[in-house]
Design a protein around this ligand. Sequence first.
Ligand code: ZN
Ligand code: ZN
Length: 668
Amino acid sequence: MAHCFLQVALDTPLNSCFDYRWSCEPGQEPLVGQLVLVPFARREVVGLIVAVKQDTEVPLDKLKDAIAVRSQLAPLPERWIALAQFAADYYQRPLGEVALPGLPKNLRVPKTVALDRALKKLAKDDSAHDPTPSSMPVLNPAQQEAANSIGGAQGFTPLLLYGVTGSGKTEVYLQACAQVLGRDRDAQILILVPEINLTPQLEGNIRARFPGVMLATLHSSLSEGERMLHWLAAHEGRARIVLGTRLAILSSLPNLKLIVIDEEHDPSYKQQEGLRYSARDLAVWRAHQLGIPIVLGSATPSLETWHHAQSGRYRKLELRERAVRDAVLPTVKLVDMERDRPKDGLTGSLIAALRGRLDRGEQSLLFLNRRGYAPVICCDACGWISNCTRCTAFMVLHRPEHRLRCHHCSLELRIPRHCPTCGNVDLQPLGRGTQRIEEGLAAMFPEARILRIDADSTRLKGSAQEAFDSVHRGEVDILVGTQMVAKGHDFKKLTLVGILNPDTALFSQDYRASERLFAQLMQVAGRAGRAGAASEVLVQTRYASHPLYGAVVRHDYDRFAASLLEERRQAGLPPFMYQALLRAEAPELATAIAFLEAARDSLVFDAVMINDPIPMTMTRVHNVDRAQLLVESASRPALQAFLREWVEILRAMKSRVRWSLEVDPLDI
Ligand SMILES: [Zn+2]
Ligand SMILES: [Zn+2]
């Protein structure tokens, strides 16, 4: 029996590749891309074979034998490994930490029972594969042109599908998909959406349109068994359409021919822990690697994407009108809260508008991005307020649950009967969350059917879908919700949107806050009037003359984006500058800052600017203090070269401070 040596990537934070010995006949060696079970640190773990060699530099007495090669599974394609390697290099993480966590859990356990069962189940599936769509609704000329441009694109072609809310972007995607599937009998298409709660609607549309095509879905609320089946269906090329959230960008798709990213501006495409990748950015790289078209769809594109479209690097396709005949964009009105003083959080104008909708049997949506009853309770007698003892944050009052909750560390307390400092029994809620708005509405409109949709009301699996279904069935008159209700949903009877209290974001320190607020307002406003009825949006504000609101009233993304881009250019901010953020956490702020100062002084580099460490805006979370250090460069290659060296130095510092590095950070 001869030997070969396998270089195996493992999911470990430091060194990610290790050599193992494997006994086999010559010519029978395992393949790159196969999974293998190996001993590691007194455990048995599954790794990815990244090289098969005849020699190794590891001394033979230190070398361990691999235990089993998962030969029943087709190897992961080399192009997929190259994608993982690119992500690892770009985000400064070991390959194994990128490649392995994205695989279904059941593939990474020592036993193969689940894998074998799933493979057997898939092999039995002999459903017909007929890409013919069930129907092809007639498109308006702009939609048709967009669908043809996408469906007919050859080679690497990044396209921005810039379409106002309700302009029928989904139909454009579906018809472009039909063209690609009809032309190439093996083609696979990847469609990414920002939220799990948006997939059921789109999933239903795709299934109805392509009844003969296998569809796989990949998102975090699937069971492990489902996830394994769907992942395998994609990996084996059986699933022709894969619909998923950001994690699906790392799925194995041997015949990928088109990528669609819906709502490309959405921040949830960015993973915020572990490997902090942008699924949108990786998707563009993947399309480039494979030489295929990629569509980025949005009514309010990210400034990065808009900038590429303006400079001609991305091709811009425009849908300026709503798809449904006679449907026009809602009229947006600003309600000046200085003149029209609110009662229970609602101005007279908004109350009158709600009354009108109730009388006509139409639906209304009130949008407030703050869950709970009130963001804080306080004592008028001594000034005590409900601070979290572990965070730089307030404990939020959740009245129906009789609890104070910290939304950052999940600390929960019963509502105190009296002030902990002075004993005063008259504690007051300050401000309003969705629960309090719901309560006020119920008192004001006792005959109305009111439904609240937020993270609290939809904690149980399936309850969000149930809630949205009841809105679609017309069983709700007034819907109160957070950002969960802002995206994607097509509520046919909705003719009024009220936006409560958006002002705080106007004065945020985060330079992206206004871009995000604008996108959010346009999104939520876009829920109204999609089926054709005249509709209006009322924005309650204390800053009615702010230019951002002016742009919302005019539905003028173009000019707003142009002015923001000009501001960013002058201030030296992305997309004109590339950034990375080093964060440190320690029980004492001084420790975190000291680590960052040492990091700052550890390397000097041409064309890269290292700023001074600062505490994060929310400094303390769960008894840990947090600080950050921003690194900037006008050159992406310079920043990447710097980061490669820097990460090695930081690892060698062996500090006990917990640190993480984020490339292209979204929140600063
Ligand atoms: Zn008090
Ligand atoms: Zn807390």
